[in-house]
Ligand binder design. Structure first.
Ligand code: NAD
Length: 328
């Protein structure tokens, strides 16, 4: 079966491509065009896996390259997006262009091809939890341009299902971590500093709580949803998360334990979100996904952090991180 993945050059997308190839799928991987011909994290895939992937460089903001990359796929996994919350404060328009117009280009392509779409949302669309655990019925609250554009993309998908009969489902992952995550995120940022031998790490706020899912579990959620029958699930949204949440302070403590060091903390004002934009608590109710597919997160936080440390400590991986720079 031919399937396509957008955002295949990214953190979650590269793991999804790897899992789909290993499961025997014929995978087209759409990566963002760049002048140096980089395939992003796809280049970290073992050669025997990468051999089975057709990489297409393009741009989601461009209808032509998007539709030609996705042509002929029976399932399109749409993960491509701008995803950093802090950078969305600096460059909101680029988020509208990529996440909203880009998703519309994907929808037009799947509509034309009669493909099935697995769209990617995010737990950030819920904003600070009004009650936990958060089910799919929790109100949507945009506390950042990132969240606003993801809500708009989700609603476009909903409208294409209703108006044009497009076949689509939405996966709404809670915070995901693991090998290949960029250093803008809390876990790789702290782990890179710890592995570089820093004993005082620069961090933002340690009080927000997040439901942290190891990337292999998130990928398993995508695959499970990708295999669901349209009836009765067409148009459905599925939360994917563990059902537990941890404060960033606790996560920092766990990272120190896994790396085997003591870490002091230096709060860096640049890493703290504006108060009204800070999402204080996210904790997932994944019962719909569990009921539909039997999916459950398997990795504990400790196991996931161990796997992340082992990967990041390899010199060829560690070399791509800049522990002393704060990059949004
Ligand atoms: N990482 C998380 O914790 C998390 C949680 C919930 C949801 N998500 C969602 O999962 C998806 C993947 O996130 P990720 O963490 O792998 O992020 P990522 O930034 O590693 O991957 C996104 C990819 O999209 C590509 N992209 C961006 N703009 C593009 C464009 N104009 N044209 C083509 N490609 C473009 C980038 O090259 C990048 O590789 C996103 O939709 C994100 O919103 C992520």
């Amino acid at each position: 079966m031919k399937v396509a993945v957008t955002g295949a050059d990214g953190f979650i997308g590269s793991h999804l491509v790897e899992a789909l190839v290993r499961a025997g799928a014929d995978v087209v991987a759409m990566a963002q065009y760049n002048s140096v011909g980089s395939w992003g994290w796809l280049e970290d895939l073992p050669a025997d896996v990468l051999d089975g992937v057709e990489v297409r460089l393009g741009d989601l903001r461009d209808a032509g390259t998007t539709s030609s990359a996705l042509a002929g796929a029976s399932v399109v996994y749409h993960l491509g997006a701008l995803i950093a919350v802090p950078y969305s404060f600096d460059a909101p328009r680029s988020y509208v262009e990529t996440n909203v117009l880009g998703t519309q280009n994907v929808l037009e392509a799947v509509r034309r091809e009669s493909s099935r779409l697995v769209h990617t949302s995010t737990s950030e669309v819920y904003g600070s939890a009004l009650s936990v655990p958060i089910s799919e019925d929790h109100p949507l609250q945009a506390q950042s341009p990132y969240a606003a554009t993801k809500i708009a993309a989700d609603k476009l998908v909903e409208s294409y299902v209703a108006a044009y009969g497009v076949r689509a489902v939405t996966v709404r992952p809670f915070n995901t971590y693991g090998p290949r995550q960029s250093a803008r995120a809390f876990i790789p940022a702290v782990m890179a500093q710890a592995l570089a031998g820093r004993t005082t790490v620069r961090v933002g706020s340690l009080s927000p709580r997040r439901d942290l899912t190891f990337v292999a579990d998130t990928v398993a959620a995508f695959r499970a949803v990708g295999e669901l029958d349209d009836d009765p699930w067409n148009g459905a949204t599925f939360n994917a998360g563990t059902g537990s949440s941890w404060s960033m302070g606790h996560v920092l403590h766990e990272i120190a334990r896994v790396v085997g060091v003591h870490l002091d903390v230096d709060t860096d004002a640049e890493r703290v979100r504006p108060p009204a934009a800070e999402v204080r608590h996210l904790e997932c109710d994944a019962s719909r996904l569990r009921a539909a597919t039997g999916w459950e997160a398997r990795s504990s936080l400790r196991e996931g952090l161990e796997a992340t440390r082992a990967w990041m400590a390899e010199p060829r991986h560690f070399g791509s991180y800049k522990p002393d720079l704060h990059q949004v």
